[in-house]
Every structure is written in C-alpha cells, then in structure tokens.
Design a protein around this ligand. Sequence first.
Ligand code: ADP
Length: 266
Amino acid sequence: NPTWAKSFLKQAVLAGVGQTILVLSGKGGVGKSTAAVQLAATLRAQGRRVGLLDVDLCGPSIPRMLGVEGKDVLTTPEGKWVPVSVDEEERLKVISIAFFLDSKNDAIIWRGPKKNAMIKQLLTSVLWDVDYLIIDTPPGTSDEHISVMENIKGVPVMGAVLVTTPQMVAVDDVTRELTFCRRTGITILGIIENMSGFVCPTCSECSNILASGGGQQLAEKAGVAFLGRIPIDPTLSRCAEEGLNYIDKFSSSPISQIYHSIIHKL
Ligand code: ADP
C-alpha cells in the first residue's frame, strides 16, 4: 500500500518533527547559516520547540554561533543521537556535522560515499521531538547538496527559504537554486536579502555597500515571496562569533523585528 509506505517513511525518516524548513543559498558566505540560526531563535522566541540540523559540510559553523562548540552528542541504547540543547528549557536543540569531526578539516577531505552516509545518518538518526526543524544545507548544487535533497524525499518539508546578498552575481546563483527546488518539487517559501545595506551607528544613514534590491527583484521575477531585507550589522556578526542569541539579547532591534515578520510570512 503506497500511502501506508509513504506515511511510514515520513515517520521513519524524521520522527518527532512537526515541520521542516530548508535554508538554501547559491553560494557560501552570504549569511545562510546566520539566517538559519536567527530563524530558529525567532521561532523559539515565539514559543516553539525548534531543532537546527547543520549539514553544511563545507563549513559547519552553527555550534559556534550557538555557543555549543565541542559538545558531545549522547547516543541512546537504540543507537539514536540526542541533540545538544542550547538552552535549559530544551526548546532549541542542535545537531551538527561539526560534533562528529575530530578536526575542522575532516569533512572536507571525505569522499562522496562517506559524505553521503553521514548526511543520511544525520537526517535519520536523531531524536528530535520539536515543532520545527531548520536544516542548514551545503551551499550551491554540489554533490552534498543533492545528497541532502535525495535523503529528504518522503520527509514532510514545509519548504525552502533562500538566502542571497543583493548583488546580481549572488542572485544568479540563487536562480539556479530556484530551478533546483522546482525540479525536486520543494516549495519555495521565499527569499531573504541579507547584507542589504549598512546602517551607520552614528548617523543612522543607510549605505548600500553591496548594491541593493537584487533579492527583491528576483523574487518578483520568479513569482516567489520576498521575505525581508537584513542589513549588515556588526552586532549580529559579533553575536555569531561569541555564540550569543541575538534575537533574545536584542529582542526589540529592527533586525529581530524583521525576523519575526519573516516567520509570519512563511
Ligand atoms: P554562509 O552560511 O552563507 O556561508 P555565514 O552565515 O557563515 O554564511 O556568514 C558569513 C559571515 O558573515 C559570518 O561571519 C557572519 O557573522 C557574517 N554575517 C552574516 N550576515 C550578516 C549580517 N546581516 N550583518 C553582519 N554580518 C553578517
């Protein structure tokens, strides 16, 4: 019975997860992981139980951004991984490929099959028990990226959030991601334009260092939702460096408010 098989697969693949949101980007360095962390922290601030799964093999940076770098992952007698809790209430939990690496460069020298096996295990062997699971995927349409997408088949994916910077070169890469989502049947929840302008802390004037509006234009052209524009903010990157929760610490800042509005648009 295919219906039964499908629902069994859903349960088996990502048990204990309400909704899954993928965070994608066309290339590295645009702020995909930072956005994944803020989306998770915002959902948590709204009272949800959230998991963050970091399968960015090129640079698994999420444990550091959340201040849980170097933590050990416990394994149950059944061989399931228990995610690392970021807060005492266990409302924000994380599993990252970084927890399983002896050295930061390990994953980079792994060959395809080893990477694929690890990705599959990360997607199938974690005891989540969360309302939302945010998945930080490898950038681009690399082999690892395709492996994530293949292993995610059968999982109830709510959709993908695409992160870009405003310049057209970055936007071109995102266009490839859009095509990829459409081919694989993944709903596109919308586009976030990150590093969009810099608000001067002394005079409050906004300078468009990296051009402006590319993400919004692309969203309009592609007929997908434009979720919001996040400016360059040194406080945001300092929080990421120091493992501090920006959304909690600066809950009334314009960026925190933009993230709340982004969650409402999903
Ligand atoms: P990616 O996951 O796309 O490779 P990251 O999220 O690791 O990118 O971000 C790359 C760098 O840019 C990090 O040092 C991060 O702190 C910084 N960064 C990302 N978004 C912003 C922003 N809006 N303002 C300031 N710094 C940012």
